[in-house]
Write a protein that binds this ligand. Structure first.
Ligand code: ADP
Ligand code: ASP
Ligand code: MG
Length: 501
């Protein structure tokens, strides 16, 4: 059995959905289970509509709702022909009526809670999956629409719910397995799930990939296919660097690291269920039916290049925490870590000395209350608009000179580095730069480490100032006699990957 997931751009229009039907038909003998995202941009539009309604601009939100309504009916009409579209229309209309009532309710109470947000965002996948299921049927595929909220069970952490695998497995065995035995193609919306009590939840933005992996694990699939708008996992984001190349094979560890550090092509938690059951994952291009894409498996052959890929994760804050004068140094770090724990915060990169600590976090996840609490024991300076650039490759372990080469290359691009991290047994080198420096640094690094065929990796130019003028974490001024903080790298396993979207 193969679980096939199609992202927003793969179902953005009638033409795109036609291609999806052809791709699924080509897997006919392999018992496909299909997961689809909302049509491209719909989830963003639902977010905006929710914000508008909750701030009292209900009429503006309802105008956007009307545009959404027309887009879905138009696509259904193009795909299904008049008769079948007329049968589907009432099903779509009842969803739109529910959505309209919800938006009016938001305008009345002027508040959008995380639980409300999950309910609101669920409409994107519900609508797209209903249309795609009918489009399949009209094209002779025996599709059966399945309500994902009845199969994927999660906890109640709204906006980034955590799957409950044993309950999910049981539900999938009951609701999906019988369809497969009857040679039906189960088709459902990704991203959305529900608690055991039936309250709608979502798996975090970009979570349809994760849905596919959860289903793959719950149904013991032979493989999981993530169909998207690029040729697979690439050596860097092709939007950032057009010279990016497709990676043919990559290991679970490397791909998970890339996803965690910003390769949007996969939701960061996607590989966890696949790793658990050793199910190969393929990333493929839905615009190219012959695509061979990227194969992600437990082990991958060594790559020709030093690194497998480069990623950048923007929207990062550096928080510098320096013990206030008069505070006992002993116990300072414990107090900081305890505060982080109390606020359930998961940090990416940490640099530590006896009296200071700097850490990075996604700005949107940085709780104000944490900063207030830390201010009781330390001088705290958060800095926004930062980014983590991460170079990943299993083959870098134990090879001298690689870090120097990375930092010299960044220095050559004229970009200043704010924090650095490379753990002893890790498979990546990551560092923090200003967000606005990302394109320059990534292109330069890509040109250096992924030279066009035939060209050799340039020799490292040694610079007088050692590691290319690297600024480690910016320490508080006036504490000149304290030691430079060594950098501590958190183990991947310590990250709450499930909540990392
Ligand atoms: P989908 O809607 O199919 O889920 P996404 O937009 O979530 O698609 O992910 C695909 C996008 O991820 C690509 O268009 C590309 O710009 C971006 N991306 C970022 N890093 C990478 C990478 N290393 N390899 C491939 N794509 C990447
Ligand atoms: N539609 C959701 C989003 O845009 C989930 C997904 O596309 O994977 O975040
Ligand atoms: Mg995606």
């Amino acid at each position: 059995m193969v679980v096939m997931k199609f992202g927003g751009t793969s179902v953005e229009s009638a033409e795109a959905i036609e291609r999806v039907a052809k791709i699924v038909a080509s897997r006919g003998t392999r018992s496909p289970v299909v997961v689809v995202s909302a049509m491209a941009k719909v989830t963003d539009q639902l977010v905006t509509m929710g914000q508008q309604a909750a701030s009292g601009n209900c009429e503006v939100a309802l105008e956007s709702l009307e545009a959404l309504r027309q887009r879905h009916h138009l696509t259904a009409g193009e795909l299904l022909g008049k008769k079948r579209a007329a049968t589907l229309a009432p099903k779509l209309e009842s969803r739109f009526a529910e959505l309209e009532n919800f938006l009016r309710g938001l305008a009345a109470v002027r508040e959008l809670t995380p639980r409300g947000s999950d309910f609101l965002l669920s409409f994107g996948e519900l609508l797209s999956s209903l249309i795609v299921a009918d489009a399949f049927i009209v094209r002779g595929l025996k599709a059966t629409w399945v309500d994902s909220r009845e199969c994927l069970v999660t906890d109640g952490t709204h906006t980034r719910a955590v799957p409950q695998m044993s309950e999910t497995r049981e539900r999938c065995k009951k609701k999906i397995a019988p369809l497969i035995s009857r040679k039906q193609i189960p088709l459902m919306g990704g991203f959305i799930a529900a608690t055991a009590q039936g309250i709608p939840t979502t798996l975090g933005r970009g979570g349809s990939d994760y849905s596919a992996a959860i289903l793959g694990a719950a149904l013991d699939a032979d493989s999981i296919e993530i169909w998207t708008d690029v040729e697979g996992m690439m050596t860097t984001d092709p939007r950032l660097c057009p010279a990016a190349k497709t990676i043919k094979q990559i290991s679970f560890n490397e791909a998970a690291e890339l996803a965690y550090f910003g390769a949007k092509v996969l939701h960061p938690a996607t590989l966890l269920p696949a790793i658990h059951q050793n199910i190969p994952v393929y990333v493929l291009n839905s615009r190219n039916l012959k695509s061979t894409g990227t194969e992600i498996t437990a082990q991958a052959p060594p790559s020709r290049d030093i690194f497998r890929a480069i990623t950048a994760k923007t929207g990062i804050s550096i928080v510098n925490v320096v013990a206030s004068r008069g505070i006992m140094v002993h116990g300072f770090l414990r107090s900081v870590f305890e505060a982080l724990d109390r606020h359930s915060t998961s940090v990416d990169i940490v640099a530590i000395s006896e009296v200071s600590m700097s850490f990075t976090m996604e700005t949107k996840r940085l709780p104000k209350a944490l900063l207030t609490e830390l201010e009781d024991i330390a001088d705290v300076t958060p800095e926004d608009k930062q980014a983590i650039i991460c170079l990943v490759g299993e083959d870098i372990h134990g090879k001298p000179g690689i870090a120097a080469s990375v930092f010299n290359t960044v220095a050559e691009s004229g970009v200043n580095i704010r924090m650095i991290s490379q753990g002893a047994s890790e498979i990546n080198i990551s560092f923090v730069v200003q967000e606005s420096d990302v394109p320059r640094a990534v292109r330069h690094l890509h040109e250096h480490f992924f030279p066009v065929s035939g060209a050799k990796v340039r020799k490292i130019k040694s610079k007088k100032n050692g590691a290319a003028g690297i600024t480690q974490t910016r320490e508080a001024a006036g504490r000149g006699n304290e030691r430079r903080p060594p950098v501590v790298r958190l183990k991947s396993a310590e990250r709450k990957a499930a909540g990392a979207s």
